[in-house]
Design a protein around this ligand. Structure first.
Ligand code: MIG
Length: 753
């Protein structure tokens, strides 16, 4: 095997939107997508059509460069790319000329057969964050990772790879920030200086192009905004899907599903969602119901609706090999399945036994799959859980001979789950008309945020899984995934009551709040833990429902600028070294104003680091100074959560489900701060796409520190808020809580505190 280094530029030409540089080994192309986004593609197959699963934007036209001696320079408003011609190497600078990131001068981009790698210079103080669902620490410096979507059941807190692929990271050094998205779905590798004597970082893939987007915005938040501009942002989720979700593998019959739903109402524990895992099906055949255990799906779902529950059903990609089964017969007849190289349909075993796997890379297959969801939507299912789509098969080692259409598994495996979920989304969205479907997937690639929530797969009922799970959620937020969840309580094994309490209280601040457990484990529902513990769990779930106006507004922010609801402190406090300290790295902001500190269930006090600013304990308003660590009480009924000075948090009275209108009172909580602050409050009907036609209610709420006033600007949009009374509750002023009441209406409201 030979190593081919990228050699000297021989010819430089431009097309309308890109520059083309020819070397003996490869063709390099450069596009500008936005002032802070430059794409470089270095390929040995320049005539292959250009396609991306992730990117939804087009490059700018009229690209220009200047040439001097041995160098080309591309200058945008925010970024400078200098291309060294002999040999071909790429260096990125800020508009002021500070170096952001550059090729290693010796090795740059190179190939060993099909494998393509980019070696880059590593800076002494450089940190790395990102890659989404990856174990390890917040700062990934000194570690390495593989992307190869895997059914990682029984994974530990060190396992790699897991279920998802997000080849996007953010580098931090010299007070600067940059982002790099390697858009390549082959098995890929990232090494953040693990084994290069701190000289280089590198990334690459087993095949495909050295195809990356470089982000030069200064500030982690702006890089995430640009990355999600490029790859898309989430839609508003159905409001019910951000309420409490109850799941289990499996509730074994319609009677069991109904009795679980009934118990929530009997115990006055708010909840919105109940799941049917694989046992609702007839022999695990997708789009069927087991007619003994679930004889009347519509009857069951009607009763669930009457109890204000929505139903989510699981689907797996594997189609059972069985003549007479509609999906099998049609798929075989129309060549819709993955094949071996000789055209035989590929077979592997999963839950249904021997299965074929739809080729979700084909539009016709996607449509066929999507249309089949009437089997679930007709009885009334509104949420769709896409599992096993890495794709998983017993043995977990799909042969390299397997093809999806004309592409080999190795090339597109990492996008399979995303394309399956896209098919499910497109299909159900069409069938449900104006209603928002809820989508959940286990496997994902960049861009999945456009149509689905994700959860982190089969975790375990331990404290360490709870803590690292929060890091996964926070890290998924860095790659544009805002709607994320973990199995609360731990999928595998049984949590202690203490762990269950702690994890549930953390779940209040996890974007998707879902309790789920594996088959064979003890029952996990809130009433399984004794009266006292149930009361604590109920209080936490009630808090989640009280916070829904804040949380829903947070999702609105994600839908507008891509910033996640659960944010590692590395986003807002990047220069603060303490946020990367392993003692504090699990802490995160939930929305703009709440700081949450996950704590093991075995500890009743916690050391919490509060970044610069003033902070108040959420619940009792005790004031804390920022820029230092504090030892704080952490009893099992009070997770350490802090509000930022100037924090604005809209809340509502407890409701038992999002179907309830509530009492019409908006509780607007404000905490004293030395700086002004603003909050965008957002509301819509929560279930339809009418919001896309201007039927929403959105307004800016601002706090003015100096004049001690709160202002609600004129509301935008034509939706009438469900609130008619405003109760302003101020905290931290004169050390007592003050309450003022006003009429809530769409005109300007100004209240002095
Ligand atoms: O092979 O559907 O991660 O959440 O309950 C296991 C049964 C298949 C794996 C999922 C889990 C789900 C389970 N599934």
């Amino acid at each position: 095997m030979q190593t081919q280094l990228l050699g000297n530029a021989k010819q430089v030409t431009t097309q309308n939107d890109h520059i083309i540089i020819q070397t003996a080994e490869a063709t390099a192309k450069i596009w500008v997508y936005a002032p802070a986004i430059i794409r470089v593609n270095i390929t040995q197959t320049p005539d292959k059509p250009d396609a991306s699963f992730a990117v939804i934007q087009q490059p700018e036209t009229g690209i220009k460069f200047t040439e001097a001696d041995n160098e080309l320079t591309i200058t945008t408003g925010q970024l400078i790319l200098k291309v060294n011609k002999t040999p071909l190497r790429f260096s990125f600078y800020t508009a002021e000329g500070k170096v952001l990131s550059e090729d290693d001068a010796r090795f740059g981009v190179n190939w060993q057969n099909e494998r393509v790698v980019n070696y880059r210079k590593l800076y002494a103080d450089e940190k790395f964050i990102g890659l989404g669902e990856k174990t390890g620490d917040l700062n990934r410096r000194g570690t390495h990772y593989v992307n190869w979507n895997t059914d990682a059941s029984k994974h530990t807190i060190y396992t790699d790879p897991l279920y998802k692929t997000f080849p996007f990271f953010i580098g931090l050094h010299s007070g600067l920030t940059y982002g790099l998205f390697f858009d390549n779905t082959h098995k890929s590798y990232f090494d953040f200086g693990a084994t290069t004597d701190d000289e280089m970082s590198w990334f690459g893939a087993d095949g495909g192009d050295m195809n990356y987007y470089f982000f030069g915005a200064q500030g982690v938040a702006d890089i995430i905004k640009d990355y999600t501009w490029l790859t898309g942002r989430m839609e508003m989720p159905p409001l019910w899907s951000i309420g409490y979700q109850q799941c289990r593998y499996s509730y074994m019959s319609a009677d069991e599903v109904l009795s679980i739903a009934q118990k929530f109402r009997e115990h006055n524990i708010p909840a919105d969602v109940i799941y049917c895992d694989i046992d609702y099906m007839d022999n695990y055949k997708i789009f069927t119901w087991n007619d003994e255990a679930f004889p009347d799906p519509k009857g069951m779902i009607d009763k669930l609706k009457a109890l204000d529950f929505r139903t989510v059903c699981i689907v797996d990609p594997g189609i059972k090999v069985e003549e007479g089964y509609k999906q099998y017969d049609e798929g075989v007849a129309k060549n819709y399945f993955a094949t071996y190289t000789n055209g035989d349909n590929y077979i592997a075993s999963v839950w249904p036994g021997r299965c074929h796997f739809p080729n979700f890379f084909d539009d016709e297959v996607k449509e066929w799959w999507g249309a089949a969801f009437t089997a679930l939507t007709e009885p009334g299912v509104e949420g769709f859980w896409n599992d096993m789509n890495e794709p998983a098969a017993w043995g977990q080692n799909i042969p390299y001979l397997v093809k999806f259409g004309d592409r080999y598994m190795a090339e597109v495996r990492n996008a399979y789950g995303m394309e399956m979920t896209k098919a499910t989304y497109n299909g159900t969205r069409q069938i449900l008309g104006n209603k928002r479907p809820f989508m959940l997937t286990r496997a994902a690639y960049c861009g999945t945020q456009r149509f689905s929530a994700v959860w982190t797969g089969d975790n375990t009922a331990t404290d360490e899984h709870m803590l690292y799970g929060q890091r996964l959620v926070n890290s998924l937020g860095l790659v544009g995934m805002s709607f994320t969840g973990v199995d609360i309580g731990g999928y595998t094994g049984n949590p202690t009551p203490e762990l269950m309490l702690r994890w549930n209280s953390l779940g209040v601040y996890i974007p998707m709040y879902r309790n789920h457990a594996e088959i064979g484990t003890a029952m996990r529902e809130p009433w399984e833990w004794g009266q006292e513990n149930m009361a604590i769990i109920r209080k936490d779930i009630e808090l989640r429902y009280r916070l829904l106006p804040y949380i829903y507004s947070g999702f609105y922010e994600s839908s507008q600028n891509g910033l996640p609801l659960s944010r590692t402190l590395a986003i807002d406090y990047t220069p603060d070294e303490n946020v990367f300290d392993v003692r504090y790295q699990n802490q995160f902001l939930f929305g703009n104003s709440l700081l949450v500190a996950p704590v093991e269930s075995t500890k009743l006090t916690a050391e919490v680091y509060l970044p610069e600013g003033e902070w108040y304990r959420f619940g009792n308003d005790k004031a804390y100074e920022g820029g230092m660590a504090h030892t704080v009480p952490a009893p099992l009924n009070d997770l350490p959560v802090f509000v930022k000075g100037g924090g604005i948090i809209p809340m509502q009275s407890v409701i038992q489900s999002t179907n309830e209108a509530g009492d019409g009172i908006l509780y607007l909580h404000i905490w004293k701060g030395i700086q002004d602050s603003t909050f965008i409050y957002y509301e819509d009907d929560g279930v339809t796409y009418d919001n896309e036609r201007g039927i929403f209610h959105k307004r800016e709420i601002s706090y003015h520190a100096e004049s001690n006033t709160v202002m609600l600007a004129v509301a935008e949009g034509s939706y009438t808020s469900k609130f008619n009374t405003l109760k302003l509750i101020s905290h931290g002023f004169d050390k007592s809580i003050k309450e003022k009441e006003a009429l809530y209406h769409s005109g300007v409201i100004e209240i002095s505190l």
